[in-house]
Design a protein around this ligand. Structure first.
Ligand SMILES: Cc1cc2nc3c(=O)[nH]c(=O)nc-3n(C[C@H](O)[C@H](O)[C@H](O)COP(=O)(O)OP(=O)(O)OC[C@H]3O[C@@H](n4cnc5c(N)ncnc54)[C@H](O)[C@@H]3O)c2cc1C
Length: 379
């Protein structure tokens, strides 16, 4: 793996990651890197070979991710590999698997997630986008919001209401929607760090073949919940956290020595940095727990919520520590000459706010841990 990375990872990609900066040159490099990985079966290395993966065990996959993170290679699989692929392997029809899985593992197709709506986030089951059966199609009307990467997506997996009269969890189905279908408009939403990361979409009489439904009609809530477990089990990013801590420590100690940028590195901040390093190691241990479950064929549930909360909150604490280290220079979040680390710390700080909202807020994940993990009664 190391020699493959050495040979094929474009040098301009092998650095600290500054994701979603909408840089076309970087995107072109990522595309060629994705194709090289795809040819090896390494976009979804843990998937069975029959679906275009490399058949790696969960431990091998973790080592794979560690090597990728050590080389600072960008993650390329996206929601196809992380979320809808494993869900289709569990619930998809043979036709759906044959159509979609190879295009995910070859890196040809990008996916977006259409769960949230303006009136349905934490209370996702109250979603209102309607899918009404008409012959061999569903006709889709409604709105989705906060859809990460939908402006680049070829397909969207979506939860839509197929029975408005049933209790709210029992009238929902999961659909696979081709983003080129007539009647879909995608509008950008710019976040507070200036990134175009997420979007809102409007669906106006969009026709979706009934054969694009995943699982039974009106049972989509349960399919969608399994997908969330896959989303929250993401262990790859826990490895990256340790690299971010190391980058900050290296930067702070070098700057303190050279005086290139004034940094605060008093004993209390040194202790904070040590805590951040310990937290990154805790994240790694939580990942081992997830892996040991996956190895036994289980889908982590409250453990996935634990992973998601600890990782996102540790990332926020790290971003705050970084801001304390660079002090007033943290106000510069472009990549101008005065910006420490080209403004990356400041942008990470702004972006980290969303981490405890995306993929279910910390409060909602704590509810999962409380009820399903600890067996506490619902509040
Ligand atoms: C960066 C980012 C990327 C995202 N990407 C996607 C995507 O690709 N696809 C997609 O579908 N969605 C996406 N989302 C949306 C995300 O899933 C929702 O924002 C999230 O579920 C919260 O829903 P909401 O924004 O409606 O907030 P609300 O549900 O209105 O919550 C507001 C506040 O109330 C609290 N709260 C609500 N209910 C409870 C409760 N029962 N107990 C305790 N506290 C509660 C919440 O914790 C929160 O603090 C993304 C969001 C972000 C920030």
């Amino acid at each position: 793996m190391r020699s493959f990375i050495e040979q094929h990872l474009p040098k301009d990609l092998a650095g600290p990651q500054d994701e979603e900066m909408n840089d076309p040159e970087r995107e072109a490099l990522i595309k060629s890197w994705r194709q090289r990985l795809g040819a090896q079966g390494w976009i979804a290395p843990h998937w069975p070979k029959q679906y275009g993966g490399a058949g790696l065990s969960p431990e091998e996959q973790f080592i794979f991710n560690e090597e990728m993170a050590t080389a600072r290679a960008p993650q390329v699989g996206g929601m196809g590999v992380q979320m809808i692929g494993p869900t289709l392997i569990m619930y998809g029809t043979d036709e759906q698997k044959a159509e979609h899985l190879p295009k995910i593992t070859s890196g040809e197709v990008q996916w977006a997630q259409g769960y949230s709506e303006p009136g349905a986030g934490s209370d996702l089951a109250s979603l209102q986008t309607r899918a009404v059966k008409d012959g061999d199609d569903y006709v889709l009307n409604g709105q989705k919001i906060w859809s990460s990467g939908a402006h680049r997506a070829d397909w969207m997996f979506m939860l839509a209401r197929t029975d408005p009269d049933a209790p709210k969890h029992r009238g929902i189905s999961m659909l696979l929607v081709d983003m080129k279908s007539p009647g879909i408009s995608v509008q950008p939403l710019i976040d507070m760090s200036g990134r175009h990361y997420f979007n809102q979409e409007f669906f106006d009489n969009v026709r979706v073949p009934v054969s694009n439904r995943v699982g039974e009609e009106n049972r989509g809530w349960y399919v969608g919940a399994t997908l969330l477990d896959f989303e929250r089990s993401n262990i790859a990013s826990s490895i990256g956290l340790r690299h971010q801590v190391n980058d900050l420590i290296t930067f702070a100690s070098e700057a303190a020595k050279s005086g290139s940028v004034p940094v605060n590195l008093n004993s209390s901040l040194k202790a904070e940095l040590a805590e951040r390093a310990i937290e990154a190691d805790v994240c790694k241990l939580i990942s081992y727990r997830i892996i040991s479950m996956q190895k036994r064929g289980q889908v982590p549930n409250h453990e996935a919520s634990m992973n998601k909360n600890f990782r996102s909150e540790a990332g926020q604490r790290l971003a705050q520590t970084g801001m304390k280290v660079i002090g007033m220079y943290g106000n510069i979040y472009n990549d101008g000459p005065l910006a420490p680390l080209k403004g990356r710390l400041s942008r990470q700080y702004l972006a980290s706010v969303a981490a405890t909202i995306a993929a279910g807020t910390s409060e909602i994940n704590r509810n999962v841990i409380a009820t399903r993990g600890l067996g506490l009664p619902r509040g």
